[in-house]
Ligand binder design. Structure first.
Ligand code: LIP
Length: 263
């Protein structure tokens, strides 16, 4: 796909950060870490990756706003555009030497994500999408799964750990969903979970207590691959509520029905 100048800038930044992360990943045991909450670690690699991405993106588009997992929110002169960045999604996997993590970069315009890049540097899989132009992984066009039957479908989620308050609701989701599907996966990266829905590798994904930077790029991948996304609580904004449901055309509504059941 011949992307826009902004998409090409996002891909360049994701690849540059990904190269640095692969080097660090090979020496994961040497990473300095500082704890920032139960089960959640900030690694030196995480912060350096965000510095690399910020330097590339804000160097080329200084007027755009910024929301990054490590450096927080900064307004830009252009109030309609902002970058939403998770420099290392799947941090815990990374620090445990599990090769399942990604750089996630999204561009939001007037409150809507219009471009997204998710780069799995360990497997060299670059997922990208732009509004109205389709979703791709490397040179392959992505389409969500065509499966229509729940009992043949697999889904992914993030199971809360440590002191997260969303654990009881997620356990109830699992108790309701597991008996009627072919299985649930918990791979530890929301960005890659959404990329895998877009690639048809599983039929849907949901998560409670998730940040905008984890999912912003993945949302447009799913939509541009023919899938659907929505909030866990109907009528709410996904980012505001911090809870998302995504799925293929045939099973999205059924997944919503299961997850949206009252406690
Ligand atoms: C992770 C998410 C994952 C969630 C983890 C964590 P991080 O993001 O991608 O889906 O279950 O708790 O939030 O912290 O690795 O950027």
């Amino acid at each position: 796909m011949q992307g826009s100048a902004n998409l090409n800038l996002m891909i360049k930044a994701a690849r540059k950060a990904g190269r640095a992360l692969v080097k660090d990943f090979r020496e994961v045991e040497n990473l300095q870490v500082s704890s920032k909450g139960p089960g959640d670690f900030v690694s030196k690699a995480d912060r350096e990756a965000e510095r690399i991405i910020k330097e590339e993106l804000r160097g080329a588009r200084p007027s755009y706003g910024w929301l990054g997992e490590e450096t927080g929110e900064e307004a830009g002169e252009d109030p309609t555009r902002r970058w939403i960045v998770d420099p290392l999604d799947g941090t815990t996997n990374f620090l445990h030497g599990l090769p399942h993590w990604a750089v996630s970069i999204a561009l939001e315009h007037k409150g809507e994500v219009v471009a997204g890049v998710v780069f799995d540097a360990a497997k060299d899989e670059l997922y990208y999408a732009e509004k109205g132009l389709g979703a791709f992984m490397n040179e392959t066009r992505l389409r969500v799964s065509g499966r229509r039957s729940m009992i043949e479908a697999i889904f992914a989620t993030g199971v809360p750990f440590g002191g997260k308050s969303t654990l009881p609701a997620t356990l109830q989701d699992l108790a309701r969903l597991m008996p009627v599907c072919a299985g649930v996966r918990r791979f530890g990266s929301a960005a890659l979970d959404l990329a895998y829905v877009a690639a048809g590798r599983y039929e849907g994904y949901w998560e409670r207590g998730i940040n905008a930077w984890d999912i912003a790029a993945g949302l447009i991948l799913v939509k541009e691959a023919g899938g659907f996304c929505g909030p866990v609580r109907e009528g709410r904004d996904i980012f505001e509520q911090g809870a998302v449901i995504a799925g293929n055309a045939e099973l999205f509504e059924l997944l919503c029905k299961v997850i949206r059941q009252p406690a």
